[in-house]
Design a protein around this ligand. Structure first.
Ligand code: ADP
Ligand code: MG
Length: 691
């Protein structure tokens, strides 16, 4: 039987090839795609508002008579149409308009229009409102319905999409949408069937509960939200299945490398580290690839755990790759691992984009022959030219920039291209439970929920930059007492060049004001060797103060540093600030963090910095970050599109996450249902479906 998925949108009236192309940009090809192009909000146009009662920011329908229409030549030419009703005036302003519009909007014409009130040079204005000349009578109260608002792309306007969706609804009588959810499930949650739900959200009847619809809590919307969350969950479980369909080399704990390593450490593992190791050891000994995420707050000691996992692999005669997102972090791992593992007779290779020429050839050869048992580097580790001899474990530090498709691609890198490597992913940004449940459904998770003993709390103060002089003095005093300090310059992240420049200027200024201190500078544009040497000098205590960009955000570990100044913290996310602050508080002395903001702070900005001042609990801070900024930002996946929903809203709909997680495994038994739901909701964005 034909389904709506097989009927092209070009069947609709008014859809020619040009429009079809634009619709394709929205992922819309079939009638079904169109029906799942859902309104993300509604406008209440059910009543006309007197112009005299409007306030700035109101979104409203007004109706009145054109008093005058003028062509205004300001900085930009515009058509200015003044309307009047019994209560007052309103101006419609058009920067783009055609002759027909101009001829229509003449004195005396009756106009109904809809827009957002803005302050303008001629009083309150609507810019480019939707409008109707000589409008039909408004529907009587009780008959009027809400107006859906759809996502758009260039060259398609709301009324167009609305019209097309209405046409598409006409197909539902003959071709109902296939409901993949069992009726028992729907009745448990008192949710409508899929066809009814779709109909209602595109065309809410007059008696539908307006406040529920406006908030996205109507049962019809919730039915769709639930299905969308379910589809995302299924797509991740599918990734997991696809990875685990390959066999892996079981890495049995043999030999005494781990014991030797632990003996040489100046400390013993925390209970949490031991527990997580137990989970990893268990996973690695299976013939199925491990897929495990280790979360641990800054300073919780993830690196040691990574080293122990590596040793289990090496002990079984396999190779390990350790990847970090930045050169600095990768280098630091390299040096740590070198210090820990070389004494045990283990060889390491270093590979980053900046390793060139002979050094590169040597590293590649060592990795290919298996002579190097561990390869450490940046993304460069996984370029095609890097051939491993017997890769069985991949460790990824700071997974935020590491997406599902990359996890999938790793499958191919294992022994003989046949056996998939085990994957251990470490993140220092604690991920709120609800978010982890849905964004990392393909991973098992372990949490290192305990800091090594003896850590002192970091005292955080929030100060305006008018106190800069005092803060500089504070740095002087701390360094005179033998402590070390960081001074972090932040700038809008997009421009690395500007960021580096700002750091250079700051370093110079501080050098002038603090002539008795030894000051170093690191930023992303320095050569790797220079960066490494500055870091080394700071670590050895030769430098007192390190001026840096946010490149030091993750992982940098200098226990004697006990003061960190962060400029313009209002520009950064909470999780990132928490990371930065975690550079101090690693040693014996009490540590301080100064958040030096540039006033005025928004209320939101104030709340965020306060959350940071009041808490040092990464999970608490991550929850706040999620509330304030939403999942796309928290996961750093805005660009990749992961966790971008059509209808679901993380805060509002988090109640669904648990039930969805519970119902997903049973559905996985029905591959046809799984692929239909994924296609329906993720469509072309099946970034991680297809094999
Ligand atoms: P993170 O989880 O932020 O990556 P690291 O692995 O860099 O943390 O560890 C932070 C510091 O704590 C390092 O100096 C490390 O040697 C030390 N450390 C790790 N585990 C312990 C432990 N069990 N006891 C004491 N110090 C530890
Ligand atoms: Mg780390």
């Amino acid at each position: 039987m034909t389904s709506l998925d097989d009927i092209s949108v070009t069947q609709l009236k008014g859809v020619g090839s040009a429009l079809a192309e634009k619709l394709a940009k929205l992922g819309i090809h079939s009638i079904q795609d169109l029906l799942f192009h859902l309104p993300y909000r509604y406008e209440d146009r059910t009543r006309v508002v007197p112009m005299g009662s409007l306030r700035i920011g109101d979104i409203a329908v007004v109706e009145g008579e054109v008093m005058k229409a003028d062509l205004v030549m300001g900085r930009r030419r515009s058509l200015q149409v003044t309307l009047r009703d019994d209560s007052g005036f309103l101006v419609m302003r058009f920067f783009h308009f055609n002759a027909a519009q101009k001829n229509q909007l003449t004195e005396g014409a009756r106009v109904r229009c809809f827009g957002e009130v803005r302050p303008g040079r001629a009083g309150y204005e609507f810019y480019h409102p939707e409008y109707q000349v000589s409008p039909p009578p408004m529907a009587a109260a009780g008959e009027a319905t809400l107006t859906p608002v759809y996502p758009l792309t260039e060259g398609i306007q709301q009324p167009r999409v609305r019209g097309l969706c209405q046409q598409a609804l006409g197909y539902l009588a003959r071709f109902p949408i296939k409901d993949w959810l069992p009726p028992s499930l729907l009745s448990d949650y008192q949710l409508p069937g899929i066809t009814d739900a779709v109909k209602l959200v595109h065309s809410p009847p007059a008696d539908a509960a307006v406040h529920l619809l406006m908030e996205g809590r109507h049962p019809a919307q919730q039915r769709l939200v639930m299905e969308e969350l379910l589809a995302h969950q299924l797509s991740l479980l599918q990734v997991r299945e696809q990875i685990q369909a390959r066999a892996a080399l079981p890495l049995l704990p043999t030999g005494d490398l781990p014991e030797q390593f632990l003996e040489q450490l100046p400390f013993s593992l925390t209970g949490a580290q031991k527990q997580v190791m137990k989970e990893i050891r268990q996973d690695l000994s299976q013939p199925v690839p491990m897929l495990r995420l280790v979360q641990g707050d800054v300073g919780s000691g993830k690196t040691v755990v990574a080293a122990l996992a590596a040793l289990q692999a090496i002990g079984s005669g396999a190779q390990v790759a350790l990847m970090a997102p930045t050169e600095i972090l990768a280098e630091q791992h390299f040096r740590n691992f070198q210090g820990w593992l070389a004494p045990l007779g283990i060889e390491l290779a270093w590979l980053s984009g900046k390793v060139k020429g002979k050094a590169r050839q040597e590293a590649l050869a060592a990795v290919a022959s298996g002579q190097a048992q561990v390869a450490i580097g940046t993304h460069a580790l996984f370029q095609d030219e890097v051939q491993f001899h017997r890769l069985a474990l991949v460790i990824v530090d700071e997974q935020h920039r590491f997406g599902v498709h990359q996890r999938l691609a790793l499958r191919e890198k294992g022994v003989g291209g046949q056996l998939a490597p085990h994957q251990l992913i470490m993140t220092a940004t604690p991920i709120p439970r609800t978010l982890a449940m849905s964004a990392y459904a393909d991973l098992d998770t372990s949490v290192i929920d305990e800091l090594p003993p003896g850590r002192k709390p970091i005292e955080t103060v929030v100060l305006p930059d008018s106190r800069r002089d005092d803060i500089v003095e504070r740095v002087r005093t701390a360094c005179r007492q033998g402590r070390q300090a960081y001074w972090v310059c932040t700038l809008i992240e997009e421009s690395e060049a500007l960021q580096c420049q700002a750091a250079e200027v700051t370093a110079q200024e501080l050098a002038e004001r603090l002539p008795d201190l030894k000051i170093g500078l690191v930023h992303g544009r320095l050569k790797a060797v220079d960066k490494a040497s500055v870091m080394e000098r700071f670590k050895s205590g030769e430098l007192d103060l390190l001026v840096a960009t946010t490149v030091i955000e993750v992982g940098v570990d200098v226990p004697n540093a006990s003061l960190i100044i962060i400029e313009n913290p209002e520009r950064l996310g909470l999780a990132q600030l928490h990371q930065l602050r975690g550079r101090v508080g690693r040693g014996e002395q009490a540590s301080f963090c100064v958040l030096m903001y540039h006033p005025p702070l928004s209320n939101n900005g104030k709340a965020r910095l306060q959350a940071l001042r009041d808490s040092q609990d990464g999970f608490f801070i991550a929850e706040k970050d999620l509330e304030i900024r939403g999942p796309g930002e928290v996961l750093g996946t805005r660009q990749t599109g992961l966790m971008q929903f059509r209808l679901a809203d993380f805060e509002r709909d988090k109640g669904w996450i648990e039930p969805v997680k519970e119902m997903a495994p049973a559905l996985m038994q029905h591959p046809a249902v799984v692929s239909a739901l994924i296609r329906r909701w993720l469509g072309e964005n099946i970034r991680y479906g297809e094999v």
